[in-house]
Design a protein around this ligand. Sequence first.
Ligand code: FMN
Length: 208
Amino acid sequence: MGMTATTTRPASVTEAIETRRSIRKYVQEPMNQGDLHEILRLASLAPTANNVQPTRFVVVQDKALKDKLMEASYNQQQVSNAPAVIVVYSDMEDFLGNVEETVHPGMGADQITARAEGLRQNFVNQDVAQRGQWGLAQANITFGFLMLAARGLGYDTNPMLGFQPEKVRELLGLPEHVQFAGIMPIGQRAEEGFPHHRHSVERITKFM
Ligand SMILES: Cc1cc2nc3c(=O)[nH]c(=O)nc-3n(C[C@H](O)[C@H](O)[C@H](O)COP(=O)(O)O)c2cc1C
């Protein structure tokens, strides 16, 4: 593993998957803001059940705030080392307050109202924690898309759950009910990362 690493842009999803690895040292340059926006847009194309789309992002690029986020992440250096950190969470209460906006406009006013009411009924009988868990499952899919979207544009990431959620909520001014899929330092790799070490397909699969 050398001190520097060159960034390549994968030509396919297959190559993006093969070349993604957790990167914890980044080139010290600000993110291209257009690329950052495009990566978030691509991640927003991830599917969700009933198209509920409860995933929300906070992008942290401010140095002082990154440092505080690092503290809340047991001082893991990659948090402040990366030019940006994308915080990914689900907010089902935001969804429930704005159900109509998730229904396809092509359905027409009556259908939108009916469908929105049906969706609300699904969730109002659950408590905040239950629907929080459900929303988190959706946000986790987006979290996966985000890594590959970043790789696809030639960037690298480190998915992270090693942080104190209460502290991160407080730092970012997020309400108590939000559920974190994780935080994700992003930038251009300045290290190679580790080769993949994974179970074989045979170890993890039953073909029936
Ligand atoms: C949900 C999740 C949480 C993780 N949390 C951390 C973390 O807090 N700190 C860290 O250094 N790596 C973290 N990782 C990275 C894993 O250690 C890494 O993905 C795994 O060892 C496989 O290596 P690779 O990503 O290079 O393929 C996390 C990964 C995932 C998927």
